[in-house]
Design a protein around this ligand. Structure first.
Ligand code: B16
Ligand code: MG
Length: 217
């Protein structure tokens, strides 16, 4: 049986706003400072993953063992650089069609949530003045378990009052698609064809959906 999409749950970084490049630049800067390189392919493993877990993966890639106190210093340093990068962000860095697509879904009565691992989500929503789009926001300041744990999506659906199976998740990260599947939700991967193969469908962006006035069901 086909189920209607009653709620759309959006990831933030890499789906609505092009902050993934700033996370990458800040992690690369830290890796370089620690004496090793960090490629865009390596960065795919960090997408959607919490700050603490991202640092662990980065240190694994560099083959470094670092105690907890130094890890905390490094995570803070990366975040300071990241916040510097995003503090000059403008609406030009919203991904094409994302805001229009969300506005379109709202006209169809679809509930909208944000479910992001980022503790910086409130800052980004404020800078870009897009907080009004969301009926519910679950971000890294509210959730304790990072994707691929389904916590953020399950909490978003519960706060919206919509059953998990009637929600569709929009995600750019493998960890996020896995979290959506574990939540019993359908998923739309936003990224390059060939990536995110576990998603129900993969789109390169929202503009084509608008052209077709398409609501994935
Ligand atoms: P912060 P999302 C995630 O946001 C990013 O994809 C991931 O790269 C980042 O490490 C994580 O947020 C934590 O972000 O350091 O700002 O708390 O994609 O779930 O919106
Ligand atoms: Mg993301």
């Amino acid at each position: 049986m086909t189920r209607t999409m009653r709620a759309a749950i959006f990831d933030l970084d890499g789906v609505i706003v092009d902050t993934a490049k700033y996370h990458y630049l800040a992690w690369k800067r830290l890796a370089n400072q620690l004496g090793f390189d960090f490629s865009e392919a390596d960065n795919e493993r960090l997408k959607g993953v919490s700050r603490v877990r991202s640092l662990e993966i980065l240190l694994e890639i560099g083959g470094l063992k670092v105690d907890a106190a130094d890890r905390e210093v490094m995570a803070s340093r990366k975040n300071e650089w990241y916040v510097q990068y995003i503090s000059n962000m403008t609406p030009a860095e919203l991904l094409p069609g994302a805001v229009d697509y969300i506005a379109f879904l709202k006209t169809k009565g679809v509930k909208i949530a944000l479910a992001s691992a980022s503790k910086n989500a409130p800052l980004i929503l404020d800078r870009l003045k897009i907080g009004y789009l969301f009926d519910v926001v679950i971000d890294g300041t509210k959730a304790s378990k990072a994707k691929p744990d389904p916590e953020v999506f399950i909490r978003a659906a519960a706060d919206l009052g919509i059953p998990n199976e009637d929600c569709v998740v929009f995600e750019d990260a493998e960890a996020g698609i896995e979290a959506a599947i574990r939540a019993g939700m359908r998923s739309v991967g936003v990224g390059k064809p060939g990536n995110l193969t576990a998603a129900d469908i993969v789109i390169t962006g929202f503009a084509p959906l608008l052209t077709l006035s398409l609501i994935p069901a």
